[in-house]
Design a protein around this ligand. Structure first.
Ligand code: GLC
Length: 589
C-alpha cells in the first residue's frame, strides 16, 4: 500500500505577507502578526502555508523583485522572527513553503548592481546582456508586463533582457555560477527547516539564445485592447491566447527547463520530506512523475468564469489521464494574481452558496488543494478608486498605456487597470468589523485600502462566532476531509457523466461502482475500504438522483443542508438547491 506524503494530504493556504496580519501596527503585514495568527490557521485546519515572497525587495512587483534571497524584508521582521515563525508553525503541525523567484532578481540586487557596473565585471554574464541592432534593441520582443523586453543601459552601452518589468532583470541560467548561487540560497532555507518552495514563473527562465524576432501581427497594447474586447467571448479569448503564444514564442517554455528542474529536484532531495510546486499548469513539469516537481497547479480548471459540472468533468478527465504514473494532482481556484474566488465565480445572487460549493470541490477532488488567504471569509475583489492608490505596477502600466496609446477615457482606463491589475485581490485581511478591518490600528494608513465590506460580516471575528458563516463552513469541511481518508487518498470515479446541474463522483477503491467496494479490501490509493460519494448540486434546482448502486446505502458524512436520518437510499437521493452532500458508501446489511 502506498503511504501518502504530507504534501499530498495537507491543505495548503497561501499567505500574502504584506496583507495577512500586521503585528506592529505600521499598515503592513509581518511575521509578528503571522505568529499571532497561527492558532487561527491551526483551527482552520490547514496543514501547510505557502508564503508569497518575504525577502527584502524594492517592491516594484510587490515582492516578486527580490533583492536578497537569504534575507527577510525589514517591514516583515528579521531572520530571527522568521525562525520563530517557522518553529511555531512546525509545533502546530503546519509546514511552511517559501516562494522562490528564479527567473529574475530586482535591479537593486547586488548581483545586478555589479553586473551592470562594467562589461568585464565577473557578474556581467549573470544576466542577459546583448548589443543593440540597427540603433535599437537586439530584437522585437516584448516584456510580458508591457513595453519592450530590452532596456538600454548607457553606462556600458548594452541592453539587458527582462521578461517582466525592467526593474526585474532576467538571470542568465546558462551560467553555472547563477545556478550555484541560487542552489546555495535554496539550501540556506532548507537547512533552516523550510519544507519546500513554490517556484515562481518557471516557464520564462530560458530564452531562445538566437534571439529571433517574434512574428505576432499586433503590438502588445493592441493585444491588451483586444483582451478587453474579448473579455466575455470564448472565441475571442482563444484567439488572444494564440496571438500571445506567437508573441512570446521564443521567451517561454524553452529547452533546458526540464533539466534545470531535475537539477533543483536533486538539491531538494538531499533533504528528507521536502517538496516543490511550480507556478505552471504544464504537466510536463512533473517529469516522469518522480524526477521534477512534486506538484504543478491545475490552472486549466481556473480558466473560466463559471465552474460548471461539465467544465469540471472535462478538466478532470483530461488532467488525471495526462499525469505520469506516480504524479499527484494539485487544485486551486485563486491566488495573489487572480480575482478573488468569491467575486470571480459568483453569480451575484447565490455567491455564498457557490463559494461553499467551490470549497467543497477543492476539498473533494483528487489532489492537494491550495487556498488563498481571505477566501475563507468570502473576501471579494476591491476595485481601487484612483490610480494613485495602485501598488501593482502592472495596473499602473495598463492605465497609462491605454490612456496614452489608445486614447481611452480615464474612467474606463481605471476600470481596465482594475480588471488586469492585481491589487484588488491583495487587500489586507479583514480580521474584525473595526477600523482598518482590524488589520491595523485606527488611524494607520494600510499599504492597500481595506475593503469596507468588513462591516458586512466579511471579517474573521464575527464569522468565528456564527456557526452558519462561511468561515465555520470552511472549518467544518476541512475537518471532514481530514477525517475521511477516501477524500484524500481515494481514486476518483465520475458518475452521471452527462448531468449539467450537478457533479457526482466517488472517491475510494471502487473500480466498478455497480459492484461497489468490498468491505475491508485494501487498494492502491492506500485506504482500506472507505469509499465516499460526493454530490455537488451546482444549480438552484432540487434534484432526485439514482445512483445505480443497489446493494449499497450511503451513510451521511456531511451535508450543507439539514437531512432527515443518517442513512440515504441511493436509488432516490434528493438534493436541495446548491446542496453539498458527502456520504460513505456501505453495503446493505
Ligand atoms: C509570478 C507571480 C507574480 C509576479 C510574476 C513576476 O507570476 O505570481 O505575482 O508578478 O511572477 O515575478
Amino acid at each position: 500500500m502506498q503511504e501518502l506524503e504530507w504534501w499530498q494530504k495537507a491543505v495548503f493556504y497561501q499567505i500574502y505577507p504584506h496583507s495577512f496580519a500586521d503585528g506592529n501596527g505600521d499598515g503592513i503585514g509581518d511575521f509578528y502578526g503571522m505568529i499571532d495568527r497561527l492558532d487561527y490557521l491551526q483551527e482552520l485546519g490547514v496543514g501547510a502555508l505557502w508564503l508569497s515572497p518575504h525577502y527584502p525587495s524594492p517592491f516594484f512587483d510587490c515582492g516578486y523583485d527580490v533583492a536578497d534571497y537569504t534575507g527577510v524584508a525589514p517591514e516583515h521582521g528579521t531572520l530571527d522572527d522568521f525562525k520563530r515563525f517557522l518553529n511555531e508553525a512546525h509545533q502546530r503541525g503546519i509546514r511552511v513553503i517559501l516562494d522562490l523567484v528564479l527567473n529574475h532578481t530586482s535591479d537593486q540586487h547586488p548581483w545586478f548592481i555589479e553586473s551592470r557596473s562594467s562589461r568585464d565585471n565577473p557578474k556581467r554574464d549573470w544576466y542577459v546582456w546583448r548589443d543593440g541592432k540597427g540603433g535599437g534593441p537586439p530584437n522585437n520582443w516584448y516584456s510580458g508586463f508591457g513595453g519592450p523586453a530590452w532596456e538600454y543601459d548607457p553606462a556600458t552601452g548594452q541592453y539587458y533582457y527582462h521578461y517582466f518589468f525592467k526593474q526585474q532583470p532576467d538571470l542568465n541560467w546558462r551560467n553555472p555560477e547563477v545556478k550555484q548561487a541560487m542552489w546555495d540560497a535554496v539550501r540556506f532555507w532548507l537547512d533552516l527547516g523550510v519544507d519546500g518552495f513554490r517556484l515562481d514563473a518557471v516557464n520564462t527562465i530560458f530564452e531562445d539564445p538566437a534571439l529571433p524576432d517574434h512574428a505576432a501581427e499586433m503590438s502588445l497594447p493592441e493585444l491588451y485592447h483586444q483582451a478587453l474586447q474579448a473579455a466575455s467571448s470564448e472565441a475571442g479569448q482563444a484567439q488572444l491566447v494564440r496571438q500571445t503564444e506567437v508573441m512570446f514564442q521564443y521567451q517561454r517554455e524553452q529547452p533546458g527547463m526540464h533539466e534545470l528542474m531535475q537539477e533543483l529536484r536533486t538539491v531538494v532531495d538531499e533533504y528528507p520530506d521536502r517538496m516543490l510546486v511550480g507556478e505552471t499548469g504544464e504537466i510536463a513539469y512533473y517529469g516522469d512523475g518522480t524526477n521534477e516537481l512534486h506538484l504543478a497547479f491545475n490552472f486549466p480548471l481556473m480558466k473560466t468564469t463559471r465552474i460548471t459540472p461539465t467544465w469540471v468533468r472535462a478538466n478532470q478527465q483530461e488532467r488525471l489521464s495526462a499525469l505520469p504514473p506516480g504524479a499527484w494532482p494539485c487544485n486551486t481556484l485563486g491566488n495573489h494574481d487572480s480575482p478573488r474566488v468569491y467575486s470571480r465565480y459568483g453569480d451575484g445572487q447565490n455567491d455564498d452558496a457557490l463559494a461553499r460549493l467551490h470549497l467543497a470541490l477543492m476539498l473533494t477532488l483528487r489532489g492537494t488543494p491550495f487556498l488563498y488567504n481571505g477566501e475563507e471569509i468570502g473576501m471579494t475583489d476591491l476595485p481601487l478608486e484612483d490610480i494613485s492608490q495602485f501598488r501593482d505596477n502592472l495596473g499602473v502600466w495598463v492605465y497609462h498605456t491605454v490612456v496614452n496609446e489608445l486614447g481611452m477615457p480615464p474612467a474606463d482606463a481605471l476600470a481596465y487597470a482594475n480588471y488586469l491589475g492585481r491589487d484588488k485581490c491583495r487587500t489586507p485581511m479583514q480580521w474584525a468589523n473595526a477600523p482598518n478591518g482590524g488589520f491595523s490600528p485606527a488611524g494607520v494608513r494600510t499599504w492597500l485600502p481595506v475593503n469596507p465590506n468588513d462591516a458586512q460580516s466579511v471579517n474573521v471575528a464575527e464569522q468565528l462566532d456564527d456557526p452558519d458563516s462561511l468561515l465555520s463552513f470552511y472549518r467544518r469541511m476541512l475537518r471532514v476531509r481530514k477525517q475521511n481518508p477516501a477524500l484524500i487518498a481515494g481514486d476518483y470515479t465520475v458518475l452521471h457523466e452527462e448531468a449539467e446541474d450537478y457533479l457526482t463522483f466517488l472517491r475510494g477503491s471502487v473500480a466498478d461502482p455497480s459492484t461497489g467496494p468490498s468491505a475491508g479490501s485494501g487498494h492502491a490509493s492506500g485506504q482500506a475500504g472507505q469509499t465516499c460519494l460526493v454530490v455537488l448540486n451546482m444549480s438552484d434546482q432540487a434534484h432526485t438522483l439514482n445512483f445505480d448502486l443497489d446493494a449499497h446505502t450511503a451513510e451521511l458524512v456531511f451535508s450543507s443542508h439539514a437531512r432527515g436520518g443518517d442513512s440515504d437510499d441511493l436509488s432516490q437521493l434528493t438534493l436541495a438547491p446548491f446542496e453539498i452532500y458527502i456520504g460513505e458508501i456501505k453495503r446493505k446489511t
